[in-house]
Each structure stands twice: as structure tokens, then as C-alpha cells.
Design a protein around this ligand. Structure first.
Ligand code: CO
Length: 221
């Protein structure tokens, strides 16, 4: 059998199984979604978001990309973030990286990989920012693990730098931001950092929404 056919058969079996437990399962599922969590994770096939935190359909809004990056010009990520925060009003945004991340590993090297160079450049910036700490970690594996953690940390900070998060903090005091790293050797997640809602944002990245309003008003009149 063609490999992809297995997927379609598995889908039929899954749907049947759900209906056996609850005949209204899909009728209820189709009604609405009210997830409390946004998961921003790596595209790596070994880190399936819903599975590693044992959640059901409807519980987690998910965005995945190579090396779980929050890039301030990424219209895809920002659209997901805006919808999750402003419409779904998720209570928590989680950036989850993983040890052994191929994206982070590639960013530590010097190979020319084509287009993805541009994406991985964001991780090289994290490496550069924390170079003082990292260059003192002589063991290459430990340095790799630490960069995975630092990358998650910087992506959580990037979330707090967005106007989407800052406006949400003012309007409804949510969401809280979290940085996690999944260890596929144990199946366990390590908490790296939390940023509570309404935390202080560095002056350089802080938006004064009132000022923006004044500027736009003055340009109208
Ligand atoms: Co990865």
C-alpha cells in the first residue's frame, strides 16, 4: 500500500473510535474553539505539540516553524499571534523548543544552506548576543543545549516586544508568556522562563499606544 494511504485509513479508524465513545463528538467539535493556549513550536516531527502535553482537539492553538522562532516581520506568525490573543483570548503563549534542534545546530555551523540561511540568521543573532556565555562552554553538546535554551528565551522576549502582546496586556491583562524546552530523550519538558502579563518592557521596545493615537489625530486635523 502506498504510504500516504495508511494515513487516510488511520483517519477513518480514528474518527470511528471517537464516535464510539461519544456520538456527538464531531458535532460538538465543529461548533466552536476556545483554546486557552497558543503553542509556538518547532516543525520537527518528533515534537508533536498536542501529543507531548496530552491535549485534545480544541485545547491548543498551534503555530510551528523551523526552530520555533518569533520573527517580528513574519506575517504568518504575527497573524496567528494576533488571532490567538485578540479573538481567541488565549491565557498563555508558550514557545517550546527542543534539545537536538536541527535548526539551532545548523545556525551554529558555517555551511551555506541556501534560502534557510536567512531564517537561521535569527538564531545566529541569539548566538552573537550570548557569545560571552557560550564561548565559555567548552563542551560542544552542552553549548548546543544552552543555545537551544537561550533561543527559546529570546523568542519569548520577542513576543513581549510586539504591539500585539503589549496591547493585550493593557486591554485584558493576558496572556502570560512561557519558554519551554522539550527533551526527546526523556519525553519531559523543562521550564526555562516565564513573563507574567503586564511585566515591564524595555523602554526601547515599549509602545505608548496613547501617543500613537495623538499622532494619528493630529495628522487628521
Ligand atoms: Co527543531
Amino acid at each position: 500500500m502506498k504510504d500516504y494511504k495508511k494515513l487516510l485509513m488511520a483517519n477513518k479508524a480514528w474518527a470511528k473510535e471517537r464516535l464510539e465513545v461519544d456520538e456527538d463528538y464531531f458535532t460538538d467539535l465543529a461548533k466552536d474553539q476556545k483554546p486557552q493556549f497558543l503553542w509556538i513550536g518547532c516543525a520537527d516531527s518528533r515534537v508533536p505539540a498536542e501529543e507531548v502535553i496530552n491535549t485534545q482537539p480544541g485545547e491548543v492553538f498551534v503555530h510551528r516553524n523551523v526552530a520555533n522562532l518569533v520573527v517580528h516581520t513574519d506575517i504568518n506568525l504575527l497573524s496567528v499571534l494576533q488571532y490567538a490573543v485578540e479573538v481567541l483570548k488565549v491565557k498563555h503563549v508558550i514557545v517550546c523548543g527542543h534539545y537536538g534542534c536541527g535548526g539551532v545546530k545548523a545556525a551554529m555551523g558555517n555551511s551555506d544552506l541556501g534560502l534557510i540561511n536567512k531564517w537561521l540568521r535569527n538564531i545566529k543573532e541569539v548566538y552573537d548576543k550570548h557569545n560571552y556565555e557560550l564561548k565559555n562552554v567548552s563542551d560542544e553538546h552542552l553549548r548546543f543545549d544552552r543555545l537551544v535554551e537561550l533561543n527559546v528565551e529570546e523568542q519569548v522576549k520577542n513576543l513581549a516586544k510586539t504591539s500585539i502582546i503589549q496591547r493585550a496586556w493593557i486591554n485584558h491583562e493576558l496572556p502570560h508568556l512561557h519558554g519551554w524546552v522539550f527533551d526527546m530523550k526523556t519525553g519531559l519538558i523543562k521550564e526555562i522562563m516565564n513573563i507574567e502579563s503586564n511585566s515591564v518592557v524595555d523602554d526601547i521596545f515599549k509602545y505608548d499606544f496613547h501617543t500613537v493615537e495623538l499622532i494619528s489625530n493630529s495628522s487628521i486635523h
